[in-house]
Design a binder for this molecule. Structure first.
Ligand code: NAP
Length: 416
């Protein structure tokens, strides 16, 4: 019998929960590929009154009905409500079902529990779309680099902030018009806080840490500093050093074998592959002990790129694939925060400079209102909300060193 004469397997029946940008993107992709072997059998949405691109009888309005439908082979959860997404995904995994999600905020908060649940029930959860849209970073870390220790995983994981920074760099423009343009072109949300405040790439970093280092982090433990207060002065400062400012998420193994995670603006040199990752693109550099440097670049958001990652997960599920979390089972690395980071800080609030308690200052430009020097990571973690509140802008130079002296709380911090 020739290999071609084997009957095609029945299509995998999908229960799609959420029909917004990503849900609709997946639907489109499958419409364009009728032979893909996937059938969107049921679609659940929330609003009963919203105008739809499909006939109304295609929709369910209770996602729980899909959970109860045993004829569905896979559930795809792509809703915009992290709490509800967690409830649905947890329930599906409790039933031992196969689930694909794109919800990074939900995963970052609950990953450890969801991994344990899969081990207990035999359910499967895949989530390639949650980190960098179409870039296959999670499967690369989990499957390909599962056996190899990694020096670092460093990336531009948020297309919206990258677009704003690129436009500011190209035009010498200020933040507000660049953000406005990003919103008009659909590269930034109406409420840009999660993207511009680096909360979104922080969620993605937490997910990557589990696969790259076997380390479960809580989002709040990870330093995230955003670009809401960046100005043309800061871009110009970086340009005098021949660098660009990018929001970079960095996981790095330290010489003592622990791992650190930082999600902040960074001065990026032209030698880095991330230097040329501009506009709405994402990019990730993996430095592996034996393979050396690898670089992935692609579209990190949007209906089709994200739908493409969901499709890849569906194909993997059909082949029986599940994440192995190999580093978790080998030797998870301990998370380190007892470090000092070299930063450029621009602020007109002297009390912030005092409260940060620089251990070394190498440059101080009073007229431009900036300081360059080393600060304990613990102080940045403690004061990050104040930095935001007072409109300070921080960019890391990339230099990290062990803590030189114990961190003491500063009395005048209360006055801030
Ligand atoms: N957009 C991207 O490029 C992108 C990229 C990567 C990851 N993601 C993630 O993918 C997820 C979906 O994003 P999106 O951009 O597609 O969101 P979206 O465009 O806002 O669409 C959300 C969809 O979820 C539905 N929904 C909300 N609550 C629901 C509930 N309780 N039951 C059933 N349906 C519900 C909404 O229903 P109605 O239609 O009735 O309002 C809507 O169809 C999010 O977690 C997001 O972080 C998005």
């Amino acid at each position: 019998m020739s290999i071609n004469s084997a009957p095609a397997p029945a299509p995998l029946r999908i229960g799609l929960i959420g029909f917004g940008c990503v849900g609709q993107g997946l639907y489109d992709i499958l419409q364009q590929q009728p032979e893909s072997g996937f059938e969107i059998a049921r679609i659940a949405v929330k609003s009963t009154t919203k105008a739809r691109t499909l006939p109304l009888d295609r929709f369910d309005f209770q996602a729980d009905d899909l959970l109860q439908d045993a004829s569905l082979d896979v559930l795809v959860e792509v809703i915009d409500d992290a709490d509800e997404a967690f409830r649905l995904v947890r329930e599906a995994l409790r039933q031992g079902r196969r689930v694909v999600t794109a919800n990074k905020a939900m995963l970052a908060r609950h990953l450890q529990e969801l991994v344990q649940l899969q081990q207990q029930t035999g359910g499967t959860l895949l989530y390639e779309a949650a980190v960098c849209g179409s870039i296959p970073i999670i499967r690369t870390l989990d499957a390909y680099f599962g056996a190899e220790p990694l020096r670092s995983v460093t990336g531009i994981l948020n297309g919206s902030s990258n677009y704003v920074l690129t436009r500011m760099g190209e035009q010498g423009a200020d933040y507000a018009p660049a953000l406005d343009e990003a919103q008009q072109k659909g590269f930034a949300e109406t409420d840009p806080a999660l993207d511009m405040g680096a909360f979104d790439p922080r969620s993605k970093t937490v997910i990557l840490a589990a696969h790259a280092y076997g380390t479960f982090l809580q989002p709040d433990e990870v330093l995230n500093l955003g670009i809401e207060s960046i100005s043309a002065v800061d871009i110009a400062f970086a340009a005098t050093l021949g660098r660009k400012i990018k929001v970079v998420a960095g996981l790095q193994r330290l010489p003592d074998g622990r791992v650190t995670a930082l999600v902040t603006p960074l001065l990026v040199a032209p030698e880095s592959p991330l230097y040329a990752v501009d506009h709405e693109f994402n990019g990730v550099v993996i430095e592996a002990d034996f393979a050396g440097e690898q670089f992935l670049r692609g579209r990190g958001a949007g209906g089709h790129p994200t739908g493409s990652a969901v499709l890849a997960d569906l194909a993997a599920i059909r082949q029986g694939y599940a994440y192995q979390y190999p580093k978790l089972h080998a030797a998870p690395l301990t998370y380190a925060t007892d470090l000092e980071l070299e930063i450029y800080l621009r602020t007109d609030e002297d009390r912030l400079i005092d409260a940060l308690d620089f251990t070394e200052i190498s440059e101080e430009a009073d007229e431009d209102g900036y300081v360059v020097g080393y600060v304990a990571l613990a102080n940045l973690l403690r004061l990050r909300d104040k930095l935001r509140e007072y409109g300070a802008f921080v960019v890391r130079t990339g230099q990290v060193r062990p803590l030189s002296s114990p961190v003491a709380a500063r009395e005048f911090e209360d006055a801030l």
